[in-house]
Design a protein around this ligand. Structure first.
Ligand SMILES: O=C(O)CCC(=O)C(=O)O
Length: 266
């Protein structure tokens, strides 16, 4: 496990960091089962409601963000994350002691999922205002499993951008155009977390793994933000094609970790 200064330093320099062994196998198994169950239920509800609890991300039917109830396993997982002093210290240093959990959800991708376009999770801001945490609930041992990929050090300059089908290309000679090949896959064991500055360009990878059995990749997602970042997240949701469905609104987040940094000073 890196020391707190390494997590913070890496987030400042590269825009991302990894935490090993945040969750044990048992809780990963329970959360993976919860996410799979919720996804199945919401797929059924899609036929008779206008407000499903899971939505495809970037129009792919093979990648969903999934609402989770604040079950014991969800609370326990969030507590495990905030029990890691290196994480608390990085949150306090980058976001302040009144940082708050704004989002807690699951994400699943299935074999056949295409790579997402490179994107930031929030609109560019001069300082880090949101950390997104992806905790792997299933092993992602190689690139065939569609690991999250990150373009290092693209968090702290506004000029970085990515052209996809919906955004026009720049005039030749413009600065900051990224290519999908600039992204580095981050393979993880279940229980490990990838922590990103939400401004860093990243994407979910193409998922090819089919043998011996097609396997679902599950992540627990958490977004921790400076207290005043509600507007930023709201603006992002309105303006970005990248759909985020909330696992828990702040009011649903249990009080023991609603204020992410209430424990930062411990
Ligand atoms: O699928 C992943 O690994 C990452 C998903 C992601 O970047 C997102 O939905 O914003």
């Amino acid at each position: 496990m890196p020391t707190s200064s390494l997590v913070e330093d890496s987030l400042r320099a590269q825009g991302y960091s990894q935490l090993r062994g945040v969750l044990d196998d048992d809780i990963c198994t329970r959360l993976h089962a919860d996410a799979t169950q919720s996804d199945l239920e919401s797929a059924r509800r899609l036929f008779d409601t206008a407000s499903p609890t899971a939505k495809p991300i970037h129009s792919s039917g093979w990648r969903h963000n999934i609402m989770l109830s604040a079950t014991e396993a969800v609370r326990e997982a969030a507590q495990c994350l905030f029990d890691i002093q290196q994480f608390r210290t990085a949150v306090a240093a980058l976001l302040g002691r009144d940082a708050t959990v704004y989002e807690l959800a699951a994400m699943q991708s299935l074999p056949g999922a295409q790579a997402q376009p490179l994107h930031r999770d929030t609109l560019f801001s001069p300082a880090c205002e949101v950390l997104t945490v992806f905790i792997a609930l299933t092993d992602v041992p190689d690139e065939n499993w569609g690991p999250t990929a990150v373009v290092p050090a693209t968090h702290d300059k506004a000029c970085w951008h990515y052209h996809d089908l919906h955004s026009p290309a720049c005039p030749p000679g413009s600065d900051g155009c990224l290519h999908a090949t600039s992204a580095r896959p981050v393979c993880v064991a279940r229980g490990d977390a990838l922590v990103i500055d939400s401004r860093v360009f990243h994407c979910g990878g193409q998922q090819l793994h089919l043998a011996p059995t097609p396997t679902i990749r599950s992540l627990l997602l958490a977004a921790v933000a400076v207290a005043a970042a509600g507007h930023l997240l709201a603006a992002h949701r309105r303006t970005s094609r990248h759909i985020i469905v909330h696992g828990s609104s702040p009011s649903q987040v249990p009080t023991s970790w609603a204020s992410a940094c209430s424990s930062c000073s411990r």
